[in-house]
Design a protein around this ligand. Sequence first.
Ligand SMILES: NC(=O)c1ccc[n+]([C@@H]2O[C@H](COP(=O)([O-])OP(=O)(O)OC[C@H]3O[C@@H](n4cnc5c(N)ncnc54)[C@H](O)[C@@H]3O)[C@@H](O)[C@H]2O)c1
Length: 717
Amino acid sequence: MIHSGNAITVQMLSDGIAEFRFDLQGESVNKFNRATVEDFAAAIAAVKGNNDIKGLIVTSGKSSFIVGADITEFGDNFAQGEAAIAEWLGPVNNIFSSFEDLDIPKVAAINGIALGGGFELCLVCDYRVMSTAAQVGLPEVKLGIFPGFGGTVRLTRVIGIDNAVEWIATGAQKKPEAALKDGAVDAVVAPEKLQDAAIDLVKQALAGKLDWKAKRQEKLDPVKLNPLEQMMAFNSSKGVILAKANPAQYPAPKLVLDTLQASASMGRDDALKAEAQGFAKAAVTPQAGALIGLFLSDQVVKKISKKHEKNAHPVNMAAVLGAGIMGGGIAYQSAVKGTPIIMKDIGNPQLALGMKEANTLLSKQVERKKLTPAKMGETLARIRPTLSYDEFKDVDIVIEAVTENPKIKEAVLADAEKSVRENTIIASNTSTISITRLANALQRPENFVGMHFFNPVHMMPLVEVIRGAKSSDEAVATTVALAQKMGKTPIVVNDCPGFLVNRVLFPYFGAFDLLLKDGADFQQIDKVMEKFGWPMGPAYLIDVVGIDTGVHGAEVMAEGFPDRMKPSYKGAIEIMYDNKRLGQKNDVGFYKYELDKKGKKAKKVDPASYELIAPMVTGEKRAFDDQEIIDRMMLALCNETVRCLEDNIVATPAEADMAMIMGIGFPPFRGGPCRYIDQTGVAEYVAKCDQYAHLGKAYEAPQMLRDMAANNKKFYG
Ligand SMILES: NC(=O)c1ccc[n+]([C@@H]2O[C@H](COP(=O)([O-])OP(=O)(O)OC[C@H]3O[C@@H](n4cnc5c(N)ncnc54)[C@H](O)[C@@H]3O)[C@@H](O)[C@H]2O)c1
């Protein structure tokens, strides 16, 4: 053994070729954490001191190659400030470059995922062979940063400006064919042939059949284009990339383009310095803080779900009651992810509609060649439409998604319970009815939970799992496990009106109504909130959700939290409802909707809605400053999120933030309500609450925030 560290071993194979193997001890994946970087330096020194090594292959002892840098270490590093971040990268880059500079040919044998720092290591090698099972890429922009271990420098020189900009600025993960086509890897082979193929390339290099020194030199030199050609290449790709990502919301792609443009005419070492400086600029943006935080919160949520695993019962067969919008969607999603499901309704036409929905979604995938007709058939066969409870004794979980009416639901749940086994879990997809209340209709309330999907089921990633007063750990755990199996992210919450997501959303609609009453223009509010980062403004959103659904939800919330969700006036949303304007459902709401050329509903301004709102306006006609709109809307939403933490409806800020991002489209680059409060500064945020407290309880700072401000505490870090 030439080197044996805790991340890397180096040993001689034969013919002077050594294997440089990454296998981080005590971890399931390889990553570039501090320990690996240190061991990397030691392993390079060992190779340097061994004259018998004529060439080497770089391999992984895990099923993935190297998944990237260790994101959990970013917080500490990035907190040091821009200059310190750039400085931190210098020594790491020196290690990577010293590996590149070893005077022997090196070939990366990419067996699995090689992302970020992992792929940057591959780029340091002279050649790259990729298994058909692997994927490569530089996804750092998704975290608000960009590659910092030489990836921008080397990839640009290996695959050219246009391709490199596309790879880096989109952060796309590339399959073998795409990587080979762009020249990012030199060969693609079957997994079992990978090692031999890599050794063969080293041998060819050693035999002089491949000019590996010339190939390496290209990575050390400036990009081979004259300044005019460079400018043209950058300008054309800039247009495409920046049209996709708004730099005010996602600054990293623009920052990386600027860096690439500056470093293209530099040699490697200067280009690496430029990369480090650009990287540091991106790393200190609030967006990077939010997106990295989000990645870590996602890990927290996954860990919490994993903890439930030990209590979960296996689900081999599910059932859904109701074949409507939600029931049909749930059946489709279950079938697609491999769990057979019985779909029960009260009439054949409803069942046919539920099946039609699944059929349409699957046919689209077949058209796009993402699914074979045979697989489509198999998937459809997993949904069994029925009018009876006959086969319910085989079912491990029943998801109730019938009409939102407590009496109907209670009757349906009680019937279902009689038809299933004693240990079958029963879950309700209700959006507004208390789980603890519905449980009263059951003989075995411990087997009962809420399982709140969002519409459309196949698109929306979140499932709220609601623990009622009597729900057992097994019932919660089984529902969490099924949600995961269905490809969703479950977040467990306690029971209260609106559960977590709707409880937080309704004060936001309340703030919208109050702004309109005070004389604000709903189109301005939509524009401001969309510019802030929401996928749609509140007027458009309530039109999409359905004004009737909104009014019904508001009634439930007003009853549950009258101190802050029961307005003393009739709001614009209710006025729309009174005038039978239901939103997209009947093509008139705040806006009116007409089909565009592609057959999609396009929103149009409708003077009629302004006429309806005019009589409710009691405020003086005045212009509303964008920031006032943002503050009033966001305070109502964020305060209620904090109240959910105070009331233990949701256990952690990480889960609350993830739920709002996945459930209602909270702007991801702002990291969620708790992160937004942190980034505003807790004391500054409380001061804003005080400024707007006269508007009502919804705007008053929750005690938790006052305590945090007094103790200089934040939600994160
Ligand atoms: N639509 C949404 O955006 C949304 C989002 C989340 C949750 N939900 C909740 O999901 C549930 C269903 O909503 P939906 O929008 O799919 O409603 P829907 O009206 O589209 O479908 C309800 C279905 O239930 C069927 N049904 C009625 N009584 C039944 C019975 N006794 N047995 C079997 N089926 C019966 C009806 O025939 C209908 O097909 C409601 O609780 C709703 O609050 C809806």
